[in-house]
Design a protein around this ligand. Structure first.
Ligand SMILES: NC(=O)c1ccc[n+]([C@@H]2O[C@H](COP(=O)([O-])OP(=O)(O)OC[C@H]3O[C@@H](n4cnc5c(N)ncnc54)[C@H](OP(=O)(O)O)[C@@H]3O)[C@@H](O)[C@H]2O)c1
Length: 286
C-alpha cells in the first residue's frame, strides 16, 4: 500500500487523484489530520486514517501496512516542523515501509537565507540517517508563488518588489504527475533527485514582460530596497516573521539558489513542463 500524507492539501490531494487514475483504490491510503475532509477519497475505496505529525501514535495507525510513505512537507518552518518530520520518518520506518518519499525543494540548502530551505536540508539528513530507502523529491519553486509575488501588478501596472534573481517556476500539476510516476517506480530515484524544474528560469522582470505582452499593456518592474519591503509589509499589518520569510526568499533568489534548470522533470513527463507563460495566460485570460 502507498500512504500519502497531507492528502487534504493541494499537492497531496492531487497526487492521490493521480494515483487513483493508475492504481486500484485499495492500494492507496491517506494519512490526514481531519478525515472528515477526505470523505471523497473514502467513498472511492481509499483507506482514510487520521494521522497528525504531532501525534506519533496516530501515525503508527495511519501508516500501518505501508510499503511506501509519501510524506508531504508540513507548511511551516522552524524547529517544530523538524520535530514533526522526524516523527513521520520514524513512524514510516516503524511501520516497515520499504521507501519514504519526501516533498523537498530544489533549493534545499543548510545555509540558505530562505528559512524553508535549511529545514528541507535537515529533513533530508534525517532521511539519510533513517536506515530506510528514500527519495527526496527536489521540487521546483511553485509557479503559484511566482504569481503571488507579482502581487497587484496586473491591476496596478507596477510590479514592486526587492531585487530578485531567476527562478525555474514549476507547476503543482507537473510535480504531482512526477510524484505519481516516481511512486510507481520503486528502485528509480534513490536518494535526492535532481531538481524537478520547469524548462526556464525567469526573474520578476521577465514575468512582468510576459504579463505585459499577454494583457496588452505595460507592467513595469519597480525595484525597492529590502528595508522598503519590510516597512511596506509592516504597514500592511503583516508580522515580522512574514517579512523575514519574504526577504529571505529574495536574498536566496539573488544568490541563484532557484535558478537551476534541469531536464529530469521533462524526461519523466515525456513532454515539456508547463511554462510560466502558460500559467500567466491562464490567469490573465482563462
Ligand atoms: N516547492 C515550492 O515552491 C513550495 C512552495 C511552498 C510550499 N512548499 C512545501 O510544499 C508542501 C506542500 O504544498 P501544498 O501546496 O500542498 O501545501 P498545503 O496545501 O498547505 O498542504 C500542506 C499539508 O501539510 C499538512 N500538515 C500540516 N501540518 C501537519 C501535521 N501536523 N501533521 C500532518 N500533516 C500536516 C496539511 O494538513 P491539513 O490539510 O490538515 O491542513 C496540508 O495537507 C508545503 O507544505 C510546503 O512545505 C513548497
Amino acid at each position: 500500500m502507498i500512504i500519502v500524507t497531507g492528502a487534504t492539501g493541494q499537492l497531496g490531494h492531487a497526487i492521490v487523484e493521480k494515483l487513483l487514475e493508475r492504481l486500484p483504490a485499495q492500494e492507496i491510503g491517506v494519512s490526514v489530520r481531519d478525515p472528515g475532509k477526505a470523505e471523497d477519497f473514502e467513498k472511492r475505496g481509499v483507506r482514510v486514517r487520521q494521522g497528525d505529525f504531532d501525534d506519533a501514535s496516530s501515525l503508527h495507525h495511519a501508516f500501518e501496512g505501508a510499503a511506501q510513505v509519501l510524506m508531504v512537507a508540513v507548511n511551516r518552518t522552524g524547529p517544530e516542523r523538524l520535530r514533526q518530520h522526524r516523527a513521520a520518518i520514524e513512524a514510516a520506518r516503524d511501520a516497515g515501509a520499504r521507501r519514504i518519499l519526501y516533498t523537498s525543494h530544489m533549493g534545499a540548502n543548510p545555509t540558505s537565507p530562505f528559512p524553508p530551505m535549511p529545514d528541507h536540508a535537515a529533513t533530508e539528513e534525517m532521511l539519510r540517517d533513517s536506515g530506510v530507502a528514500f527519495t527526496s523529491l527536489r521540487n521546483g519553486f511553485y509557479a503559484n508563488s511566482g504569481v503571488m509575488l507579482m502581487g497587484q501588478a496586473l491591476e496596478t501596472g507596477l510590479l514592486v518588489a526587492p531585487q530578485d534573481g531567476p527562478v525555474s517556476w514549476t507547476t503543482h500539476a507537473d510535480l504531482v504527475e512526477a510524484a505519481a510516476l516516481i511512486l510507481e517506480s520503486e528502485g528509480r530515484f534513490e536518494g535526492v533527485t535532481p531538481p524537478l524544474t520547469g524548462s526556464e528560469a525567469l526573474d520578476l522582470e521577465a514575468l512582468a514582460a510576459i504579463a505585459s505582452e499577454l494583457c496588452g499593456r505595460t507592467i513595469k518592474r519597480v525595484i525597492i530596497s529590502d528595508e522598503e519591503q519590510r516597512t511596506n509589509m509592516a504597514s500592511r499589518g503583516l508580522p515580522e516573521a512574514a517579512a523575514t520569510m519574504s526577504l529571505g526568499l529574495f536574498a536566496a533568489s539573488r544568490q541563484g539558489e532557484f535558478a537551476a534548470v534541469d531536464p529530469t522533470l521533462a524526461a519523466l513527463l515525456g513532454r515539456a513542463p508547463t511554462s510560466m507563460r502558460e500559467v500567466l495566460r491562464e490567469k490573465i485570460a482563462p
